[in-house]
Each structure stands twice: as C-alpha cells, then as structure tokens.
Design a protein around this ligand. Sequence first.
Ligand code: IPD
Ligand code: CA
Length: 265
Amino acid sequence: MSTNDRLDFCRRLAADAGRLAHSTFGRAAVLPAKGRHDEVTAMDREVERVVRERIARAFPQDAVLGEEDGASADVGSAEFVWIIDPIDGTANYARGIAHYCVSIGVLHRGTPFVGALHDPSHERLYWAARGAGAWLDENGATRRLAVSPIATLDGATVECGWSLRVPQADYLALFARMLSAGCAVRRAGSGALGLADVAAGRTEGYAELHINSWDCAAGLLLVAEAGGRINDFFAGDGLLAGNPILATNATLADSLATLAGIPFR
Ligand code: IPD
Ligand code: CA
C-alpha cells in the first residue's frame, strides 16, 4: 500500500464521517458526561464505530486508537496506527455551536504520516501527507495552506486550549503570560480546528498544557506541512497518555516556546 492509498482513504473517511456527524447537528443526543466538562453524544460513539469498521475492512493490519473506544491490542507493534477523534469540539457540538470537526490521523512507525480533518459546518476538508504539503478543499477548490508570516507577539493571536486535566492555576498562568507578552488569546473548544487555524494562517499559535493524541494527530501534520513548527508531541507516551502541545510559525517559535514552557527540542 502506498501513501496515496491511505491518504485518499483517510480523506474520504473524514469527509463521510463529518457529514454523518452533521446530520444530527443542532439536535444532538447528549449522553451522561464522561466527567465534568467532558461531554459525549450518541453521535461521537456512532461516528467512531463507523470509522473503525471502515478502517478494519480496508486496512485490517493497521492498529486503531480512538477517543471513545480506546486502543486496539496491536497499537504498540503495528506499522500504521489510525488515530480517531470522532467529534472534536463535542461541547460545541452538543450546544449547537458550529465549531467542531472529525479528525483522523495516521502514524507510520510513530511519526505523523497522513491526516484529514473535516469541518462540516463550513464544508472544509483539510488534509496533509508527510512531505507533500497541507491542503484545504473548500468551495469546490483545493488550495495549499501556509502558516501566518506575523513575527511579533503583539500581532499574534494564540489559542490556549483548556481542559480539567490541567490545574486551573497553570492554565491561568499560561493565559496571563500570553496576554502580558501582547498576544491576543482565544479558546474556541476544538484543539483540532485550533491547529487547522494555525496551518491556514488564521492564527499564529496553538498551545495547550495537556492534549490527547486524537485531538491533534491530524492537526500537527497540517501545521508542519504548512511550514510551521510543532513540538515533539509523540515523544514518550504521547500517543496513549497525551502531552503538552505547541504549534506556531518559525519566527515566533522560540518566544512562544518560552512563554508556554513547551520546548521544541
Ligand atoms: C477537547 C477539545 C478542546 C481541547 C481539549 C480536548 P473534545 O476535545 O479539543 O479544545 O482543549 O483538550 O479534550 O472533548 O471536544 O473531543
Ligand atoms: Ca477531542
């Protein structure tokens, strides 16, 4: 199987899964929460079920890791690992806020290989393959993505992702350091779309003190292939336990790494 086989399949799968998710947008069946501010809907589960089934049929030798159903037994040994976030931005989705997506990334021997991310509310399909650029299909056209050229912190907009996995004081300190340095700060509720915004040059950075691999596997590749800088997210146990994340452009990389306390290595 070549890169193209998995890339084409991944793009089609993300597009179909995004359409499926969007079919109940605005009338989502919200299930009992997994934890405080950790919501889940019936559609999160359904999208992951469908995506896993299609991967298993097309690439039975590949491992799978998903937000809702966890890791397959071969996740540590398989050559390729598919990483699925069936709905990223579930809290938005559950509230009828049109800022969510389906994210599917593939690792080859532990390194991002291909990825696709579908934002069905805006009919945007983002995709990337290692060494082949980051791209956006929108309004019937495909365009190559490039990170923002903005080089000053007081001209930068940085999204700081938030979850209860990190102590509130640490998040507030991160937020305060970014604001004090002159950045505009936002938190829109989808790490995957936050990374797509960096790749598309709409924002200058995405930082979060802990994020899971399903939130960022596709988005990290988008930013890297759009000419940006990403930290070594998959170092250590990043795949299964998550890690801090930082994604930005080359000129802001050093100063944002210091501000966020997240090195690029
Ligand atoms: C969350 C979102 C959020 C990020 C969190 C994630 P979910 O995923 O991506 O923006 O800050 O770290 O857990 O719950 O919407 O799938
Ligand atoms: Ca997620």
